[in-house]
Design a protein around this ligand. Structure first.
Ligand code: PGA
Length: 251
């Protein structure tokens, strides 16, 4: 059966000392709490190796927030998937709306990134989600289905089953506006049905689909209670250990 997962996305926050302190706190809190879900933190590239050295990855997974769409070479400023893997990290967020919006990452680029992440043994946390206009004009189901089809549905089943999906309505990210549990559940069920149509019921049943967008301790339990919501991808609330653990302990 699919796993429940709570993953933090620190985004471009924390200096290295601040990040080490937060990782240490979360590592200790997770060891103490023995959560009923997998717990992962995705952190800036600069922090990966140092955090890998101080956390117990049996309890707390570690991931990057992005990786390059090329394997190596003259791409100044980029970080390749094998570099991420060599730090000890095992997850990578790909397709986050902030990458799509501010860095113009489209499905073609994301397919390259996914292939390199998978080839280097990283578990992609692949984000999809509609913008406000698409929510309001009613095209959101089609938009998300197209994001899945374009980036993921050419993968062989053995690769697809390694991927975690995160549904993050862009209008809910960092805005304090959460999708209602019903809105989120409807989309998660829609995503699972699209996976079932492509890869079959069993693969769909085994795919973890996380919700992201202003998830916090006060709303996590009702979101996670929905049958197709298998956890969360957490931005702002992942920057405080107590808040993050409040979400982890919602399971
Ligand atoms: P948020 O961000 O929890 O701050 O809304 C979620 C995300 O972007 O992954």
């Amino acid at each position: 059966m699919r796993k429940n997962i709570v993953a933090g996305n620190w985004k471009m926050n924390t200096t290295l000392p601040e990040g080490l302190k937060l990782a240490e706190e979360v590592n200790a809190a997770v060891a103490e709490a023995k959560p009923k879900c997998d717990v992962v933190i995705c952190v800036p590239f600069t922090h990966l190796a140092s955090i890998a050295a101080i956390i117990d990855q049996n309890n707390l997974g570690l991931g990057a927030e992005n990786c390059a769409d090329h394997a190596k070479g003259a791409y100044t400023g980029e970080v390749a998937a094998d570099m991420v893997a060599s730090t000890g990290a095992t997850y990578v967020i790909l397709g986050h709306s902030e990458r799509r919006q501010y860095y113009r990452e489209d499905s073609a680029v994301l397919r390259e990134k996914l292939a390199l992440a998978l080839a280097n043994g990283l578990t992609p946390i692949f984000c999809v989600g509609e913008v406000l206009e698409e929510r309001e004009n009613g095209t959101f189901n089609d938009v998300v289905k197209l994001q899945l089809e374009e980036a993921l549905f050419d993968l062989p089943v053995a690769d697809f089953t390694k991927i975690i999906i995160a549904y993050e309505p862009v209008w809910a990210i960092g805005t304090g506006k959460t999708a209602t549990p019903e809105q989120a559940e409807d989309m998660h069920a829609h995503i699972r049905a699209a996976i079932a149509a492509k890869y079959g019921e069993e693969v769909a049943d085994n795919t973890s689909i996380l919700y992201g967008g202003s998830c916090k301790p006060s709303n996590a339990a009702e979101l996670f209670a929905k049958p197709d919501i298998d956890g969360g991808l957490i931005g702002g609330a992942a920057l405080k250990c107590a808040d993050f653990m409040g979400i982890v302990n919602a399971f």
